[in-house]
Design a protein around this ligand. Structure first.
Ligand code: ADP
Length: 495
């Protein structure tokens, strides 16, 4: 360890790839811990044992047979299993079937489960109870998004004087400020927290409980997933009502860019694509394009670019300006491919678009990881016109697949993509600033016109595929944050 101390970190997340995933949080939770582990630290992950995770987890063992978790005036019994992420990082799975053995993680028919407050109060509490039963007392608990927002509150209240818990530091990472874990005040009894935390400086938010605010107020340090987003969320435009708190906590707030897990997202070893390739073997990318067109029953000339999106169908992702621009896009010589699921209003809109332009669009309303990989490999451009974007992962994956991003300059998209016209020597993408139909349409037009210059395009692809957004650098930045917290708590660590 070269003199540096080996930290013990528990990484708590409500979704972890490849076990259970609805979005980017799962990708981060499945890959950042591996990076921290390879920097020499003892990091372990914890998440609920969902039905989806049961189908995907390998070599699962029970580590805690029977454990009690207080919820209101009840004592809930559960158990804890353990598995491993890519054979590298242990992952504890909190098993309580009545909460987690359901088809979806958070919703049924696009509506939140009615007992989500209880499900994630339980999860937060079970994480802390589990520590009494396993041989691992962390220096740091790294919490992620509202589902784990109560952990720092518990540590500063009910567990404050409990032996072993006094010195645990907490980091709370904001993956998306739009999901605030808001529940009515009558759920307070489920938390067993004292009522004095239910105020403006605590977990109360306009008369309700906000589990996101809980994390923001009580964690020792806050991070979010890009520098750009860490600044944006301190403004009223992007702060979604939390900007005041974030300005108040400014000195403890760090922007650390997400990395890509190239173990899972690299065209040279991707098991889901028809022909693996790298930047010196792009004929195979053409095979992937042909395969993708076949998948959707489409035909196109080689000179017609495929523009793709893989996304939650949510307003945040820019679908209102996209649907406004779609008629103009359909006049261009392009194929548009979309894989997504989410807001039913967009299911309807895109089904209509697909009926109107069957030869120019491939629309799949689904969540399908293997198809996501085929799309990354087979497309020429990747569109991300987000209204806001904390980091965004698909634009980063796209670069590695030689699929050139067209993005709106916001948050992590702005931080990761350099526009070719703004910086002709180093650029590798197309970017627009105004959140308008016009800016989106004209930027797509600019990209399509660039595509017709084969040599220039090939250079762009080469440059994109040469970039490295792996986790190591960001993993080191997280370690700095962990060590700073422990130093401030006067816990002996060599920094
Ligand atoms: P967010 O977390 O806001 O949804 P990100 O770009 O950070 O957006 O991450 C999204 C992740 O979820 C990516 O790995 C993407 O490929 C995946 N994803 C999103 N929608 C789908 C879908 N319909 N099918 C398969 N994968 C999807």
């Amino acid at each position: 360890m070269g003199g540096a101390e080996r930290l013990k970190i528990l990484f708590a997340s409500s979704e972890v790839a490849p076990l259970a995933k609805t979005g980017g949080l799962a990708d981060v939770s499945g890959s950042l811990p591996k990076a921290i582990k390879s920097l020499g630290h003892d990091i372990r992950v914890v998440m609920p044992f969902y039905k989806m995770a049961k189908a995907n987890a390998k070599s699962v063992k029970t580590v805690v047979d029977n454990m009690s978790v207080p919820i209101s005036d009840r004592t809930i019994k559960c158990s804890v299993d353990v598995s491993e992420l890519d054979g590298k990082v242990p992952i504890y799975l909190i098993k309580k079937d009545s909460y987690y053995n359901r088809n979806e993680l958070y919703t049924v028919k696009h509506e939140d489960y009615k007992d989500n407050a209880e499900r994630f109060i339980f999860f937060s509490r079970a994480i802390l109870e589990m520590l009494k039963h396993i041989d691992f007392m962390p220096d740091i608990i790294h919490c992620n998004d509202w589902q784990t927002g109560l952990v720092p509150v518990y540590l500063k209240t009910l567990y404050m004087n409990k032996e072993g818990y006094e010195n645990i530091g907490t980091v709370f990472t904001i993956h998306n400020l739009g999901y605030q874990g808001i529940f009515w005040a009558l759920d307070m009894h489920l938390t067993n927290l004292p009522w004095d935390v239910f105020n403006m400086d605590g977990i109360e938010y306009y008369g309700n409980i906000s589990m996101l605010k809980a994390g923001l107020m009580y964690a020792d340090a806050l991070t979010t997933v890009s520098k750009g987003y860490s600044k944006e969320i301190q403004t009223s435009e992007y702060g979604l009502g939390m900007d005041g708190i974030l300005r108040y906590r400014q000195k403890d707030l760090y922007g650390i860019l997400n990395g890509a897990d190239y173990d899972h997202w690299s065209p040279e070893k991707d098991p889901y694509i028809v022909a693996q390739y790298d930047k010196s073997n792009l004929e195979n990318k053409t095979k992937c394009k042909i395969d993708l067109l076949q998948e959707f029953g489409l035909k196109a000339k080689a000179s017609t670019p495929i523009i793709a999106m893989i996304s939650r169908l949510a307003d945040q992702k820019g679908f209102d300006i996209l649907t406004g621009a779609i008629e103009e896009l359909m006049q261009m010589d392009i194929i548009f491919i979309l894989l997504g699921t989410g807001d039913p209003k967009y299911h309807e809109i895109f089904t209509k678009i697909s009926d109107k332009y069957p030869n120019k669009t491939g629309i799949r309303i689904a969540f399908d990881n293997s198809l996501a990989h085929k799309i990354e490999a087979g497309s020429d451009m990747y569109l991300m016109p987000s209204k806001y974007e904390p980091c965004g992962l698909n634009q980063i994956y796209s670069l590695r697949y030689g699929t050139i991003p067209i993005v709106r300059a916001t948050g992590g998209l702005d931080d990761t993509i350099t526009d070719i016209h703004e910086d002709p020597r180093n650029g590798f993408g197309f970017k627009f600033s105004d959140y308008t139909i016009k800016a989106l349409a004209s930027t797509v037009k600019r990209a399509v016109s660039y595509y017709s210059h084969k040599e220039a395009w090939a250079q762009l692809v080469w440059r994109a595929m040469s970039l490295d957004y792996s986790w190591e650098k960001s993993g080191k930045e997280y370690l700095k944050v962990y060590k700073k917290i422990l130093k401030e708590k006067n816990v002996a660590v060599l920094v």
